[in-house]
Design a protein around this ligand. Sequence first.
Ligand SMILES: *Cc1c(COP(=O)(O)O)cnc(C)c1O
Length: 381
Amino acid sequence: MTAAESSEAVPAAPVPFLDMIRVNAEFREDLENALRAVFDHGRFVGGPEVELFETTFARYCGTDYAVGVGNGTDALELILAALGIGHGDEVLVPTNTFVATAEAVIAVGARPRFVDVLPDTLLIDPEAAAAAVTSRTVAIMVVHLFGQVADMDRLLPTAQRHGLAVIEDAAQAHGASFDGRRAGSIGTAAAFSFYPGKNLGAVGDGGAVVSPDPSLIHKVRRLADHGRAANERHRHEARGRNSRLDSLQAAVLLTKLRSLDAANERRCALVARYHARLPAAVRPVLQHPKSRSVHHLAVVQVDDRSAVIRRLDEARIGWGIHYPTPCHRQPAFANHAEGGFPVAERAANRILSLPMFPTMTSLEVDRVCAVLALNGGAVRC
Ligand SMILES: *Cc1c(COP(=O)(O)O)cnc(C)c1O
């Protein structure tokens, strides 16, 4: 039997885009023990795991303080609210991001001012950001999309010149760095999401605000807990809300944080393998030389996306698009769509996210690359 015949006889296994069961399987026993400990002490909200996670995660990010909150979107909104940003204020937001970044701005009553992205990294374009500053601009949302920290060398001077707060949306960038500084330690404050599929994922929703500024952290903590005074439970000093990281999620996150660097290293190795084997027509997004990505997503650009997707579907290979519609084109943000965003619009039709998760195997990468290398026509794998 020839190699071709044998591969026809035994269909190759599907490659999932992301397999949460496989991601968590290696922690199963540790996770179960960590969860059992919470059941044993019974403090499901505000248990000791939360505080321990906050201090451990702040240190991991290379900053001083962290507050666990309900999810990444709340983290963004709480930072804006704690900075006093609201009605009449404008916040710069890259149009190529998950909608949550812009949603948070609108939720506090401020106005997102969308900014185009760079064609090679698809991260916020520092020149376009500088050009979008008006007298009402008070902050810039720097989104470290796909796991790569944006070009802080060119963004920070603009923020400094105009006195803007720098809010890092680090929901996809746990452990990433720029010029040796970790995501979350560079700006005024940073928001993290622990949605299950993120590089550091809970088994449900979770998020955190990190910052070197103790007074900002105090305000976030108070807002997220009904505006409650730190030492007087029934005194409500601010109009707050409820957005907390619970003890079970904190226990899971503490367990998984121990292997986050190793998981990020595996993502880097898988991306290196992709880069070595992808056909020339499939072009990965580029990395800034100073930026160490943690490759939350493996994003490539192709000319003929629907044909490529058809091939992946036929071969049972998972894929995604992050994101098919730039924010300025979303109906929900139609009031904020002024300006042209040619780079983001072109990219939206060309981007494709390939399978990526830390327990993915090299063989799976090879299979994806082999299918992508097939030049149209009938796919046999
Ligand atoms: C996931 C994500 C968020 C929102 O986080 P949630 O925990 O889902 O609320 C915000 N911004 C970006 C870039 C994200 O990827």
